[in-house]
Design a protein around this ligand. Structure first.
Ligand code: GAP
Length: 512
């Protein structure tokens, strides 16, 4: 199946099984805005909970915050967003389609990178166990040439970006022979900057109303509260402030479903450190966050780091954790060393000191910040798209199964009476009532048992608990496991601890 077809399947499945709907669909929808359905909201909540617990609950020096979406507009002047939160846009004159110039160049680079990967894979097959991938990459002439091409493009783009030279950005696109994916033509307009913030107004019309922005990142709510939290929480550096919440960006090239949205949710943590220690913390957080992703058990091949060549106006180091989405490796999370840029800017624009007295070195300073920033919706897409599988079984039949990590699955167990009579529904409901104090469980008595199993496979339910006639006699039930489809007979009295052992978040948190 092509990447495109696989992705279409992901989107269709998300809708059919109540995970993600187009916003205001009955009015033909709103582009790049989505609603989460009955199963989607549970998956989203579970991802958020896992992030929150691992970041806040498990770190005694990280605390939470819930700042407002609206902020005093000077915030965005100070942060640089009014002047510099732009995307370079370019239009194709034939298709009339608009693109982000940097994305066109990145996609071109990605194609060259894929050529290298193909070459490495082919060689690995040929040479078997003795294959040394690093050595091959350094010595194979075709790979070396392609890597040089990539480095040259990246450097040229980084220089143009640094100098804000939009003409040069256009020249890169022309020189690389990049064509419009829709029309195939290379007939491009000039490159222009476009600010991504949504503006709105507070107060009554016209006079007296002040212009506001919907926040484009949650981070600034943390920066402006730095001293409030530090003082009231008696926090000592190094310490972190974490929050989850909505952010808004007027994305011009909004495609790829919930990968790039205009309204989305971020999970961010700003870690305040002593100046000069930021690179150490930057590396620590890179590692910690990669471990968090890997703990969900998908396999290391789904993740890779991408160290930034071009840095945002506030950063002295930055890396992405990229995920293998159905459309290729793309950014899932950013780890940024933001220096003291933000606090210093807010200090200057507000006229209020944002400093910390460090008793260990007897000095006042503006702390440096290392941030970890992940999109909740993007994490949802990562988990959902990688979990969806069309499986062919031994008997030749097929099933659609959503192999979500157990801790993230919306429904942990389904309670299914084999028949809708003979006291089986009553016993099943009793089991459900007992389990629902601790787990999100679902009762289902409609249709044949096989069909019910398939419905649960499709929404990723790890366990199906079936109540049959034997259950009435000896107080046992069968547990059918989603992934292996194996069944085991267990005592009802042991159910809670068996389910807990398999789906409890504590087990995964302990592995961090
Ligand atoms: N405070 C830093 C910051 O906002 P960013 O790289 O612009 O950095 C961080 O965004 C993360 O937010 C990204 O890695 C991505 O997961 C998510 N994100 C950014 N823009 C998004 C969008 N339009 N739709 C969905 N998620 C987005």
């Amino acid at each position: 199946m092509s990447q495109e077809d696989k992705f279409k399947k992901v989107i269709a499945h998300a809708k059919e099984y109540g995970f993600v709907f187009q916003s205001s669909e009955i009015y033909d929808g709103l582009s790049a805005v989505y609603d989460y359905g009955q199963n989607g909201v549970l998956l989203k909540n579970n991802i958020r909970e896992y992030w929150w617990k691992s970041m806040v609950q498990m770190h005694e020096n990280i605390v939470g915050l819930d700042a407002a979406i609206f902020m005093q507009p000077t915030t965005w002047k100070a942060s640089g967003h009014v002047d510099a939160f732009n995307d370079p846009l370019i239009d194709n004159k034939d298709s009339k389609k608009r693109y982000r110039a940097d994305v066109l160049i990145e996609d071109h680079v990605e194609k060259i990178r894929q050529k290298i990967e193909k070459e490495v894979k082919k060689a690995a097959k040929r040479f078997g166990d003795s294959f040394d991938a690093e050595m091959f990459k350094q010595t194979n002439p075709r790979v070396v040439a392609n890597q040089e091409k990539i480095d040259a493009i990246n450097k040229r783009f980084a220089d143009a970006f640094e100098a804000n030279d939009l003409e040069e950005v256009r020249n890169i696109i022309i020189d690389l022979g990049i064509a419009c994916p829709v029309s195939g033509s290379k007939n491009w307009t000039e490159v222009r900057q476009f600010n991504l913030m949504f503006g709105t107004q507070m107060g009554s019309v016209a006079e007296g109303a002040s212009d506001l922005y919907l926040r484009p990142e949650t981070a600034q709510g943390i920066f402006v509260n730095f001293l409030n939290v530090q003082k009231t929480g008696r926090m000592k550096i190094p310490f972190g402030i974490a929050q989850t919440g909505k952010a808004f960006r007027n994305e011009i090239v909004a495609r790829q479903f919930i990968f790039r949205m205009r309204e989305f949710e971020q999970m961010e943590m700003q870690f305040f450190v002593r100046p000069g220690t930021e690179m150490e913390w930057y590396n620590t957080w890179k590692e910690t966050r990669m471990k968090w992703h890997q703990s969900l058990g998908l396999g290391d091949e789904y993740y890779r780091f991408h160290d930034h060549e071009k840095l945002a106006h506030y950063a002295n180091a930055a890396a992405d954790i990229e995920f293998k989405f159905p459309f290729g490796f793309k950014e899932l999370e950013g780890i940024h060393s933001r220096t003291d840029f933000d606090l210093k800017q807010h200090q200057e624009f507000s006229g209020k000191k944002l400093q910390y007295f460090d008793p260990e070195i007897n000095e006042n300073y503006v702390p440096y910040v290392v941030e970890t920033s992940i999109g909740l919706d993007r994490m949802f897409l990562a988990m959902f798209s990688s979990a969806l599988e069309d499986e062919t079984l031994e008997d030749g039949s097929t099933r659609v199964v959503l192999r979500l990590p157990y801790v993230l699955a919306p429904v942990k167990a389904a309670i299914l009476p084999l028949l809708k009579k003979d006291g089986l529904p009553e016993m099943a409901r009793e089991i459900m009532k007992d389990l629902q104090f601790d787990f999100n469980v679902q009762y289902d008595e409609k249709d044949a048992i096989g069909k019910r199993y398939r419905r649960m496979d499709a929404i990723g339910t790890p366990l199906c608990i079936t109540v049959d006639h034997q259950s009435l006699e000896d107080k046992t039930v069968t547990i059918r496991h989603r992934d292996s489809m194996e069944q085991q007979r267990v005592k009802v009295s042991e159910l809670k601890s068996i389910v807990d052992g398999l789906v409890n978040m504590t087990n995964v948190l302990k592995s961090l």
